[in-house]
Design a protein around this ligand. Structure first.
Ligand code: NAP
Ligand code: F7E
Length: 329
């Protein structure tokens, strides 16, 4: 055991599950914040999938409830706090701008306040996002690239990002932002395009569905694997000095290319199955993202390990397996 305790908000999400698995492997005692839901059967499905659900200590709490966060912070007294909780689906943020601002933006300040008031020595990680670059101001985005948010989600993340910087500078807190580019995995939520594609491809391959409806096939993203990216979060909190880092692969590909890789993996032709449906278009699009993670490489010794082809193959295989074994996620 490292003797360290970590608290993860958003532990039931994709990154929370992989980060919890990684920290357990490092000998941490891992605590997670769990928001109450009536759907008890699906709570913790990702933790179960990774077979770590019995090894995590869960605490009831919600990012919008400061007193509850202070209580958890006092009870756990973690050395490291990872704020991964958010309303994280960009498309939904136009339908729920106030909720997104409250959870994704103000929620981060609630947890910063809980740390400052109850446990100021704890090191703090904020899940910032490449979405903040939005309408890109430079062809390759680094820590120095100006932000231009294009969605209520990105605007909320930008507020949380600058509040993290502000708490670092105002209160001398060890608070760092990880500006993570898109990262995916078999544990990705089904509403995001990569998982929607790999689940759709698996269903088509198994004869359970014929067509896959998508929106903008020309959007380009710098896609990595979540398992690689949670290591970068941890590395940031092991540094003497807190700072902000871009985490990316340095390669961009379109939704169309991702689709082609996935259909090719099972020997099918995407043109026979993909249809464009305007319902999946966005009021304002982020056309292209491409990250420069040189600072993370130089200071953290971090680099992406999984190629896009490997990521696609792993996701398609996991969905095929899930559908044939009737597992749900
Ligand atoms: P995710 O799968 O959507 O997980 C979000 C987590 O937040 C879930 O555990 C969810 O709980 C929790 N949550 C939502 N509202 C909450 C609230 N009011 N109080 C407490 N918990 C709440 O997201 P992810 O992909 O793992 O991403 C992790 C973080 O990184 C997010 O902040 C996201 O915005 C950010 N990010 C993600 C990417 C990416 O490509 N994945 C890139 C950059 C930044 P339930 O299980 O109860 O819904
Ligand atoms: O969309 C296009 C869509 O929803 C990617 C979150 O983790 O990464 C994620 O945000 C692209 C967009 O992710 C469909 O228009 C086409 O251009 O998978 P996505 P996102 O919006 O990039 C960032 C870094 C985060 O921080 C977020 O939390 O794909 N697209 N057709 C589609 N997208 C979806 N969802 N569904 C489609 O049918």
């Amino acid at each position: 055991m490292s003797g360290k305790r970590a608290l993860i908000t958003g532990i039931t999400g994709q990154d929370g599950a992989y980060l919890a698995q990684f920290l357990l492997g490092q000998g941490y005692e891992v605590h997670g914040l769990l928001r109450r839901s009536a759907s008890a059967d699906v709570i913790g499905a990702r933790l179960k999938w990774l077979k770590i659900d019995g090894r995590i200590i869960l605490h009831d709490g919600n990012l919008t409830d400061l007193s509850g966060l202070i209580r958890v912070m006092k009870d756990v007294q973690p050395q490291e706090v990872y704020n991964l909780a958010a309303q994280s689906f960009v498309k939904s943020s136009w339908q729920q701008p106030l909720l997104t601002g409250t959870v994704t933006g103000l929620g981060a300040v609630n947890i910063l306040e809980a740390v400052r008031l109850a446990n100021p020595e704890a090191r703090f990680y904020q899940a910032s996002s490449s979405e903040m670059f939005g309408l890109i101001q430079e062809p390759i985005q680094s820590e120095k690239t100006p932000f231009y948010p294009r969605s209520p989600y990105a605007a909320a993340k930008l507020y949380a990002h600058w509040m993290t910087v502000n708490y670092r500078e105002s209160f001398d807190m060890h608070a760092s932002n990880g500006i993570l580019f898109n990262h995916e995995s078999p544990l990705r939520g089904i509403e995001f395009v990569t998982r929607k594609i790999t689940d759709g491809v698996a269903r088509i391959k198994l004869g359970l569905q014929e067509k896959l409806s998508l929106g903008n096939l020309d959007a380009k993203r710098d896609w990595g694997h979540a398992r690689d990216y949670v290591k970068a979060m941890w590395l940031m909190l092991q540094q003497e000095v807190p700072d902000d880092y871009v985490i990316a692969t340095g390669r961009t590909a379109s939704v169309r290319e991702f689709c082609q890789f996935a259909f090719n993996h099972v020997g099918l032709n995407m043109e026979d199955h993909v249809v464009v449906d305007e319902r999946f278009l966005r009021p304002a699009e982020v056309d292209i993202l491409l990250g420069n993670a040189e600072k993370a490489k130089a200071k953290l010794g971090w680099a992406a390990e999984t190629t896009l082809e490997e990521l696609v193959a792993e996701m398609v295989e996991a969905d095929l397996q899930r559908l044939t074994s009737q597992e749900h996620l």
